[in-house]
Design a protein around this ligand. Sequence first.
Ligand code: SF4
Length: 369
Amino acid sequence: MQPMWGLVPKLPLYSAFYRLGRPVLLPFSLVVSVSYRCNSRCKTCGVWRIPSNELSPDEWRKVFSHLGRAPFYLTFTGGEPFLRSELEEIVIAGAEACRPGVITLPTNGLLTRRIVEETDRICAAARYTQIGLNLSLDGVGPEHDQIRGVPGNWDRAMETWRGLKELQSQRKNLVLSVHTVVSKFNIDRIREIVDGLQFLEPDSYITEIAEERVELGTVGWDITPSAAQYAPVAGYLAARARAVRARGLARFTQALRANYYQLARQILERQTQAIPCQAGWASGHIAPNGDVWSCCVRAEPMANLRETGYDLRPIWAGKVGGMRRLRASIAAGECACPMANASYANMLLHLPTVARVARDVLIPTRPLR
Ligand code: SF4
């Protein structure tokens, strides 16, 4: 596995890329959407309505071989990624070609057998990569089913979780997380939900704010909690993250997470980038059909990988497509959002934030009562 610390010496180069335009570096955090198909009908997402002209496993193989060792974080998402019958093949191809430190797979947990069996084989094949399985739970019991639009979803998700927990005793590179989307539908009960999910004993618990994203087809849906609603929640989540007893990298991750919640609060309050967004430099997103985006919130296709023989580099270097124009717009602050994937990369590249995270790592916090 690439150690996380291997990324640290490269961070100044990413800062130079953002400020000076060189050296041109491929993103260290890359999200790959393998399909828009989904068997959930969430109140916060309409991605399942969007047709996807999906890249084949062979096409993905070519993409990964061009990427080489650039990505440290590789996320395979959807839709529901496990609906894609070749998911395992695609993920393993990415793991073998890129050798990332971390692969993340979000899931709604509906396809129990497929999720557990494929996760097992992915963990076995990508032994030197941390495989993070994130189970999405937006409420406890019937509340979850209601938000996700699938009767019985909670029970099936629980069955999947039990299977994954069992698997974890054999697969040491498997990390199990629970992920909650904080939206207008659950913000008023979020403390009870967060506390109510802890019986699952996840390795980590993460939340993200429901956003109006072009990718999800949710622009104009009015699903994002207001800044006033989110502020106390951010304080609670940050205190929880700081109170987790962890060591080494896990402690650093918790400190980063605590700072993310405060950053998300500031972004909602100010409606501006509270720290510079480096999506389009340090992080990026590839759509199911090979379109290249800075991020899924803007989801503006810069060019398609099929046009460049599946090589991201000419698109990322601005030789093909509209990357330069998009970067100018992002650097000018023409957009702002608390999207987690981009935010974590942004935080690693922002020295005052890194200093705050370091302080949180060094100064112990009292356990939460
Ligand atoms: S601020 Fe948000 S919308 Fe704008 S580029 Fe960054 S991640 Fe995308």
